[in-house]
Design a protein around this ligand. Sequence first.
Ligand code: CTP
Ligand code: MG
Length: 399
Amino acid sequence: MLENIAIILAAGVGKRFAGSVPKQYNLIYNNPVIYYSLLTFLQHNLIHKVLPVINKEHEDIFVNILNQYKLSSNTKLLPYVFGGETRKDSVFNALKNIKELENNNTANTFNKVLIHDSARPFVSNKIITNVINSITKEQGCIPALKINDSLKKVDHNNYITDSLNRDNIVKAQTPQGFPFCELLNSYKNSSNCNVTDDAEIIAKSNLKIAIISGSLLNEKITTKENLQYLEKLTSSVEYRIGQGFDVHAFATKNNVDLYLGGIKIPNHKGLLGHSDADVVLHALVDAILGSLAKGDIGDYFPPSDDKWKGAPSSIFLVKAKELLEDSFATIANIDITILCETPKITSYKQLIINNIASILNIKPSIINIKATTTETLGFLGRKEGIAAMATVLVLLKTN
Ligand code: CTP
Ligand code: MG
């Protein structure tokens, strides 16, 4: 099968950024810079494989990110390779690795290759699609931005020596896309070590390079100021609210444990249910799914499936967390109300809060648990079961 592959470059040390952590591993909006482009390419339907290129010195940081976001199980993600001294060396290593993959597995033939700087976290699907669609056997394609400012030449003392015509000049961005074989050959034939992008290498070949519109959001993070600017640009978020409600009846037998918010609570009776019947976590998961417009808990964990029999409800919350991450969404706050006559919840509130915070990897201070009775009215008042309501406010990054 002919496949398109994206190389995500992250082997640089970020000298100009000069941070305690390399720029591609700094956090933007709670996630590492590199995570955004990795996920964008992994989720793109025209990309079949993604190959990260990292610096050997940063291996631990990168592996932690793979584990934290459970990326290793993604079938599109190839095992990372190490980069080299320069960007050019890093790309060449990746291209040679792709060639080896082809040689070892004849089922894979790589057609188009896209090279993307991980330091450009907010590349859009549209740019990726446009680059891919523009690549042919005869031409590569890169996104670029027109220059709107005047261009000046300066001397070493920062005095202007000349003005330049900006009419035929654009700023090159990534992903830069080319037919794989032609790019590999150009890299093999290139002796120039000072190139800063792939278009410069391919320029020596017969391939033409087309331009499509880049975007301001796709600017590269080079300095700390760039990162702060991008952070400001992307601080425009959409607010999404979700609510969830769940009820479970008390079991008639006394041998069922009661779980609320993932905490085992001593009580003479537990709740009946297919899983562990944790009404608090069920309501919370539904609230998160609601905020993302992604259905309800039964869509992901059907009660008809024996797999979830007696399952701890924390696995449902872990799934909700993954869906939040897929949408680059973060939780602003959670408010939960537990309705029951018994047991008394007060002394377990903080334990529940801490447990939810740790599963969702959020601060306990944005979670609130309330408990109330129904003044002995209705089925809850008759102590026939427990209900829970959850409201979640989610911040969705618009890009
Ligand atoms: N890159 C790479 N291997 C290198 C150098 C750079 O994979 N030897 C990657 C960077 O990680 C980055 C992209 O190429 O995603 C663009 O390079 P640049 O912005 O120059 O990043 P750094 O080289 O890390 O930064 P600096 O030049 O300031 O040291
Ligand atoms: Mg560099």
